[in-house]
Design a protein around this ligand. Structure first.
Ligand SMILES: Nc1ncnc2c1ncn2[C@@H]1O[C@H](COP(=O)(O)OP(=O)(O)OP(=O)(O)O)[C@@H](O)[C@H]1O
Length: 350
């Protein structure tokens, strides 16, 4: 005959899915009434209104009927916060993805974005990556600018990544591990990318590339607020953003839109880099504001963030032995500015 004691024993065989403990252990059996084979129960779970609740419900009915009950009535409620705390909180579902994306990953993701093309986003990405590495950090860069992958050329990379046993090994240059969409495209052919393809490609860069341990992974994103930027926001909820703009009012205005998306998706904006900020005459030292002034400042005000630095117009020295057309050396005045910006980034991401 079904009794209260029998029902309790049966409920020990049913687990609260979120706590991985049986309903008696969790204190979730709130009420048991047994009357002429009819059992009525009130059960508290960590979470209700979920698919797991439906499973638990079915399992309770099965085990109690298995003990001879002719009917089982059920009501549910949630365990209190204090009870949950005493039970050590809910079991986090085990992370399934690549190590670099795991919640305990030590890698800081820095997405470099701009509103408009041609403002120097790739140049800034490459130089931040190389100076962060120069300052002793373990750094990787993903050239995700599928409309204009330029990072390999800018860094003077001619080789391709090695593939060993289905794992992709990034190319190393100036102590930065580099992966670019350009490595996987034949003969610089134009590519028509559709949204889902872009997301897949990016996902592969996280799952199939052997990054090793990284302090920073810099992402050179396509300009604007398109598919890739959106995918990335979902894929990397903790990534931090740097916005690149020129001093021109229009560039700053468009960049603000990209920044607003970061805010909406709860991404921290590390700050703004104003590129092509001025031209400094080597002869007189006088500064000319060729593209106007104030774009970077206006953007920082709008997004309530910091101006990380202003980079003047200027080309790197050409070094024939170690050719990299867009990487400013340690002693170049612009290289020094990048070093200061990198130092600020390190401070802000400690
Ligand atoms: N501070 C600078 N001084 C002089 N030239 C610069 C500077 N910054 C960038 N450039 C040049 O401007 C051009 C555009 O730069 P870059 O490709 O980095 O821009 P981008 O915003 O990434 O463009 P896209 O979105 O089209 O890829 C390049 O030829 C680059 O060498």
């Amino acid at each position: 005959m079904v009794t209260e004691a029998v029902v309790i024993e049966a409920l020990k065989r049913v687990k609260d899915r979120d706590l991985n403990k049986n309903l008696v252990e969790t204190g979730g059996v709130r009420e048991i009434k047994v009357k002429e084979g009819n059992v009525s129960l009130k059960i508290a779970l960590a979470k209700t209104g979920t698919a797991e609740q439906m499973e638990v419900q079915q399992e309770i009915v099965n085990v109690v009927k298995g003990e001879g009950a002719s009917s089982v009535g059920l009501r549910f409620e949630e365990l209190s916060d204090e009870e949950l705390q005493k039970l050590g909180g809910m079991d986090e579902p085990a992370f399934q993805g690549p190590a670099i994306l795991a919640p305990n990953s030590k890698t800081t993701f820095i997405a470099v974005t701009s509103g408009k093309g041609g403002v120097g986003k790739s140049t800034v990405s490459v130089n931040l990556a190389t100076t962060l590495a120069r300052l002793g950090k373990k750094v990787g860069i993903i050239d995700a600018d599928i409309y204009g992958f330029s990072v390999p050329d800018m860094m003077g990379i001619e080789e391709r990544p090695k593939v060993i046993a289905d794992r992709i090994y990034p190319v190393e240059r100036f102590n930065v591990k580099v992966i670019s969409m350009g490595f996987f495209v034949e003969d610089n052919a134009p590519v028509i990318w559709r949204g889902p393809m872009l997301g897949k490609m990016l996902n592969q860069f996280f799952t199939e590339v052997e990054w090793g341990e990284l302090d920073y992974l810099v992402l050179d994103l396509p300009p604007g607020t398109g598919d890739v930027a959106l995918d990335l926001h979902t894929m990397l909820p903790h990534s931090k953003e740097i916005l690149v703009t020129t001093p021109h009012a229009t560039a700053a205005f468009v960049a603000a839109r990209a920044g607003t998306m970061a805010i909406k998706t709860h991404h921290e904006i590390l700050g703004v880099v104003e590129n092509m900020a001025y031209f400094e005459s080597r002869v007189t030292g006088e500064k000319e504001y060729v593209f106007g002034t104030g774009g970077g400042e206006r953007l920082t005000e709008e997004l309530k963030t910091d101006l990380l630095g202003q980079i003047p117009l200027g080309q790197p020295e050409i070094n024939k032995e170690d050719f990299a057309p867009s990487v400013y050396g340690k002693t170049h005045p612009i290289g020094q500015i990048y070093e200061q910006i990198s130092q600020r980034i390190i401070e802000k991401t400690r």
